[in-house]
Design a protein around this ligand. Structure first.
Ligand code: NAD
Ligand code: MG
Length: 372
């Protein structure tokens, strides 16, 4: 077995390990054996991941003597739908499952969210293991227990908190991931530095190119530090009554761009988050609470790695600021009719507040949208 590191998500009876390392997939059977009982496992994955990585997982389960079935859904966000949810649920039930059947989510955030929600729903809750295969899912969505699907009214509006029993993050699996997807995941990595770890952000300024380029020590470090940050925040606030909201840094703005484009692939979530984090820092600088040089530094870093930093960079789109703002008020972060914003006093100093200067916010969004 390759050298792997283990982090713990502390949630009392729902605690679990995150195992991070290069080349873990061929040992899947060994890692999941403690959670797989005689009823066996059902792997849920998407067609793209199935082609690349499913045989490795199946061979490993065979080797460990664990009975397994597989359900494959189309790749892409459209699979987080009622229709696909129903199809997966019926296919899994048709296999004749028991309460002790283990679900394995093998894929990116789409599969993690969908399969996790299937696990949460079937027989009122089956155990599940996350095997995230995108950078975004390794550093963010596989940890924390948020599962769900999309509705006609919006993204992630139907779901449940259901913690996995184990997260297995094999950084070697990212070698087959397109560069654009790596970069999108990288935006969430940078986010952890911006929230409360300025030293990590500085480390990323030095090491981002290695993190992005290939499976190596730097990439493993970045996944570990990101997971450690997420685990720490989730342990303190599992159901997002407070601190967990910090993970939404840049997201209220980012979601408005995504909603406007209808999740059609022109803009990946991480790209929207990169643009949103810049707006969050820009507006806080304009409000006099954060140093303007920090915004400059963030823009330079995100630009260096190849992420979009302004909405105007998305070609062929004419943004309407009023429409973007109207999307924000439909965000899940609205409570008692007011939006909770993630604000900042600078790099590594994020906090939540409802005290937003709406005029300055509008100007910051306009600056992001205007061609220069
Ligand atoms: P994704 O799951 O759609 O994966 C992106 C693409 O990469 C897909 O086409 C997929 O088939 C492909 N792919 C996956 N692994 C691959 C690999 N190793 N090699 C080659 N191709 C591979 O998208 P994502 O960015 O991983 O996740 C986005 C989803 O995650 C969104 O639906 C979002 O709402 C959700 N999310 C959830 C949470 C949470 O806390 N639950 C947090 C953040 C995001
Ligand atoms: Mg995100």
């Amino acid at each position: 077995m390759n050298s792997a590191e283990t982090l713990r998500v502390d949630l009392g009876a729902r605690s679990y390990d995150i195992v991070i390392g290069s080349g873990l997939l061929p040992d899947t059977g060994t890692y999941v054996a403690p959670f797989a009982r005689s009823a066996g496992v059902v792997i849920v994955t998407d067609a793209a991941v199935a082609k690349l990585h499913l045989p490795t997982v199946q061979a490993s389960l065979d080797q460990a003597g664990i009975a397994h079935h597989c359900v494959v859904v189309p790749a892409g966000e459209a699979s987080k739908s009622f229709a696909t949810f129903e199809s997966v649920v019926e296919q899994v039930l048709a296999l004749g499952i028991e309460r002790s059947t283990l679900i394995i989510a093998l894929g990116g955030g789409v599969i993690g969210d969908l399969a996790g929600y299937v696990a949460a729903s079937l027989l009122r809750g089956l155990d599940f293991v996350q095997i995230p295969t995108t950078l975004l899912s390794q550093v963010d969505s596989s940890v924390g227990g948020k599962t769900g699907i999309n509705s006609r009214s919006g993204k992630n509006l139907v779901g449940a908190f259901h913690q996995p029993r184990l997260v297995l993050a094999d950084t070697a699996v990212l070698d087959t991931l397109p560069k654009r997807e790596i970069l999108a995941g990288y935006a969430e990595v940078a986010k952890y530095g911006l929230i409360d770890d300025p030293e990590f952000f500085s480390w990323l300024e030095e090491n981002a190119s290695a993190v992005i380029a290939k499976d190596g020590e730097e990439r493993k470090q970045a996944v570990m530090r990101s997971c450690a940050a997420k685990a720490r925040i989730v342990s303190q606030d599992e159901r997002e009554n407070g601190k967990r909201a910090l993970l939404n840094l840049g997201h209220t703005f980012g979601h408005s761009f995504e909603a406007e484009l209808g999740y059609d692939g022109r803009l990946l979530h991480g790209e929207a988050v990169a643009m949103g984090m810049v707006i969050a820092h820009d507006v806080c600088a304009a409000m006099g609470m954060a140093p303007a040089q920090d915004t400059t530094r963030i823009v330079a870093h995100l630009q260096n790695v190849g992420l979009p930093v302004r909405a105007a960079e998305i070609s062929g789109v004419h943004w309407d600021v009023d429409r973007l703002i109207s999307h924000m008020s439909r965000d899940k972060k609205v409570r008692d009719g007011q939006i909770t914003f993630v604000m900042t006093r600078g790099i590594g100093k994020a906090f939540t507040s409802r005290e937003m200067d709406v005029g300055k916010m509008r100007s910051a969004i306009s600056r992001s949208c205007q061609n220069r």
